[in-house]
Design a protein around this ligand. Structure first.
Ligand code: HEM
Length: 329
């Protein structure tokens, strides 16, 4: 089997395994998204089309006692579960400078290993809300960026896109450059829906809160070495575990769940779901991250996607990217 056939077979396998994945038209957009990312950043064999530079670590998640009132998910049943996490810089550039604009938003992907042998994923980043509301706009944003180089006549395709989509500048304006992967807050952005044991539903968005957020002033960020985030994490973990609280911002009745460019009002209740404890980075992180696939739609009973169209598009595009990167050594 040649490389393309292997990529296609892997993608089909993942699509079959994920019932949430929808029609052929949607599958087409998912492929176009990965094409657009690779057009913008170049194709780097073996690497993710987005969030290419990453590091894998492990630890555990201990649920908060009250979380089981919101959801019947086995994640919150009571016992701590082991986790595998991956911190990352944005972009498809495997060698991006950790403080470069392209490296923002920084990412955190969490894989919870459940006692029944299945996994469930939470995939978050440091944007408080998203730049665009649809998969097609995500594709077109990257195509516009790819077509806009320093020599491109003005207005460039990117300038035209940004003017027509003010949500991009608004979302990107919330970003800071973290002092450490451990000193950043990460957001789920897309809404999901909990169901508890009485069948009561509650829409929510994840917030992954660190002990403290530390963002660097611009001048200080500019002086940092290219791999400062990746160098710092194992040094910090050698001194002791890093903890985050996994929280849920709860929608009030009537809050929309379809548009990830629109945050809910800041006074919406935020509840603690439990503590994520990260203990060490993996010595074979580079080999492990190639094998790992995190997808926002890998859920359990008691958690389902909302009507946000980004969620199935993300599941599809991540699978396409995984198929391509797995087909190359
Ligand atoms: C239409 C919307 C989006 C598309 C099409 C998209 C696309 C992608 C793709 C293709 C990858 C590479 C996947 C792989 O090879 O494993 C990726 C990775 C990632 N994305 Fe997205 N993304 C979207 C929105 C988001 C949002 C809303 C978040 C955060 C809430 C996010 C966070 C991440 C993270 C953290 C990774 C790295 C996952 C890992 O460590 O394996 N993305 N994205």
């Amino acid at each position: 089997m040649n490389k393309n056939a292997i990529a296609a077979a892997l993608t089909t396998l993942i699509f079959t395994a994920l019932p949430a994945l929808a029609s052929a038209a949607d599958a087409n957009v998912n492929v176009q998204i990965v094409d657009a990312l690779q057009k913008r950043y170049g194709a780097h064999p073996g690497y993710r089309a987005n969030h290419a530079k990453g590091v894998v670590a492990e630890g555990s998640f201990t649920p908060a006692a009250d979380a089981s009132m919101l959801t019947r998910s086995p994640i919150y049943a009571g016992a701590a579960v082991p986790v595998t996490v991956r911190f990352s810089d944005a972009s498809g550039l495997p060698d991006v400078h950790d403080a470069a604009p392209d490296a923002n938003p920084h990412g955190l992907a969490i894989k919870l290993h459940l006692p029944n042998g299945t996994d469930s994923d939470i995939v978050v980043n440091s944007l408080k809300f998203f730049p665009v509301a649809t998969p097609e706009d995500f594709r077109d944003l990257h195509l516009a960026a790819a077509a806009s180089t320093p020599g491109t006549p003005k207005p460039t395709p990117l300038e035209t896109f940004l003017k027509a989509h003010p949500s991009v500048a608004k979302a990107v304006g919330t970003l800071g450059t973290p002092a450490s992967f451990a000193d950043e807050e990460y957001y789920g952005i897309d809404a999901f829906v909990f169901t508890n044991k009485d069948g009561k539903k509650q829409a929510f968005r994840y917030v992954i809160a660190p002990a403290k957020v530390v963002h660097l002033p611009k001048e200080e960020a500019a002086k940092k070495p290219a791999n400062y985030l990746f160098d710092e994490l194992p040094q910090r973990l050698a001194k002791g575990p890093v903890t985050f609280h996994i929280k849920a911002q709860l929608a009030a009745p009537g809050d929309q769940t379809r548009d990830p460019t629109q945050p809910w009002p800041a006074d919406r209740k935020i509840v603690d779901l439990g503590t994520l404890t990260i203990t060490k980075t993996l010595a074979d992180s580079d080999a492990q991250q190639k094998k790992l696939l995190f997808i926002p739609g890998r859920l359990t009973d008691g958690i389902e996607p909302s009507d946000d169209p980004l969620i199935p598009a993300r599941d599809g595009a991540y699978a396409v990217s995984f198929g391509r990167r797995s087909a190359t050594p």
